[in-house]
Design a protein around this ligand. Structure first.
Ligand code: IPM
Ligand code: MN
Length: 358
């Protein structure tokens, strides 16, 4: 074989992480390998052991050397971060948020698409009624970790948690959402989801920026919804949405609801995107300790995340092939999208996707 043929086009860093992370990542890698043969692209992977186990053994989460190493890759494929024996917050901030912030993955992209109405908890909704995308700001807001305690531990204690919003940070997110909405070319409607009626500093900035940037996109229609009302519309009229842009905290909350109406955490994937740098793709569910090692977790979210990763690398046909295969088995084969109820094991679901790839 010529040298050229051996040369991997893409370097993918793989972080299986904790709990069921390894099981779902294995299926994602299985599908990646199969689709790379059909659509003819070469890649190489390197597995990193960041996660709860390593933390318990070494006390290490993620340091700058690790981050610099990851910068050499074209993309990151992440399983799950979270360990029952580690105090909440340590791994989340030390690994997941550290990755997002250090790699400046300022967009969290979460498609909400229902593939089979039978798996939707909403009454009388058809698959085509639920097909929208949330663009969540991923580097600022309440996630910035700014704040303080006053008189901690006393009866006069005050805990302050600040939402940090910069014009530049808000604008780049909103601009991304407009571009995304235009490229998606579906209903060309972008909804700003906020709380202008109460959070009068942050959402004033968001609203002003949104209105200004909107002038550059006359082909995209705009809308505004308060976050509380947004959760109501997700349940009542999800068909109203095309693309939604929102801040980090609201995006976190509404995308869990979004995951439920698209069929659950078993199918919900997301991308942490730095359009100018290294992006990271993950199933949005957690490490699911109670299902770990049982070969019952649904790997489709991880497989869909692999699809998003390929889309991001420019392998559009391979990404489309994965989505098509997933749609097919979700419509024809699977009994449920929930862990242990799929009618198939984790690895069998991976095999089914591979079998349906074209
Ligand atoms: C998510 C998760 C994370 C978040 C946690 C694990 C820190 O819930 O990706 O939505 O809040 O962003
Ligand atoms: Mn979340």
């Amino acid at each position: 074989m010529s040298k050229e043929k051996n040369q991997a086009k893409y370097k993918i860093a793989v972080i299986p992480g904790d709990g069921t992370g390894t099981e779902v990542i294995n299926e994602g890698l299985k599908v990646l390998e199969a689709v790379s043969k059909i659509h003819k692209f070469a890649y190489e992977t390197k597995v990193f052991d960041f996660g709860g186990e390593r933390y318990l053994k070494t006390g290490k989460t993620l340091d700058d050397t690790d981050i610099n190493e990851l910068k050499k890759y074209n993309a990151i494929f992440l399983g799950a971060i979270g360990h029952p024996d580690v105090k909440p917050g340590i791994l989340e901030t030390g690994i997941l948020l550290k990755l997002r912030f250090s790699l400046d993955q300022y967009i969290n992209l979460r498609p909400i698409k229902l593939y089979n109405a039978a798996f939707c908890p909403l009454k009388d909704k058809k698959a085509e009624d639920i097909d929208f995308v949330v663009v969540r700001e991923n580097s600022e807001g309440l996630y910035k970790g700014m704040g303080e305690f006053k008189d901690k531990g006393t009866k006069d204690e005050v805990a302050i948690q600040l939402s940090y919003n910069t014009r530049k940070g808000v604008e780049r997110c909103i601009r991304y959402a407009f571009e995304y909405c235009r490229k998606r070319n579906r209903r060309k409607k972008l909804t700003l989801c906020g709380k202008t009626n109460v959070l009068t500093y942050a959402w004033d900035l968001w609203q002003r920026t949104f209105n200004e940037v909107a002038k550059e996109y006359p082909d995209v229609s705009t809308d505004y919804a308060h976050v509380d009302a947004t959760t109501m519309w997700f349940v009542k009229n999800p068909e109203w949405f095309d693309v939604i842009v929102t801040d980090n905290m609201f995006g976190d909350i509404i995308t869990d609801l979004g995951a439920m109406i698209q069929g659950g955490m078993g199918i919900a994937a997301g991308g942490n995107i730095n359009p100018e740098g290294v992006s990271m793709f993950e199933p949005i569910g957690g490490s699911a300790p109670k299902y770990t090692g049982k070969n019952v977790i649904n790997p489709l979210a991880a497989i869909c995340a692999a699809g998003m990763l390929l889309e991001n690398l420019g392998e559009k046909q391979a990404a489309a092939a994965i989505e098509k295969a997933v749609i097919k088995i979700v419509q024809k084969d699977m009994k449920s999208l929930a862990a242990g109820k799929m009618g198939y094991s984790t690895s069998e679901v991976g095999n089914l996707v591979v079998k349906n790839l074209r």
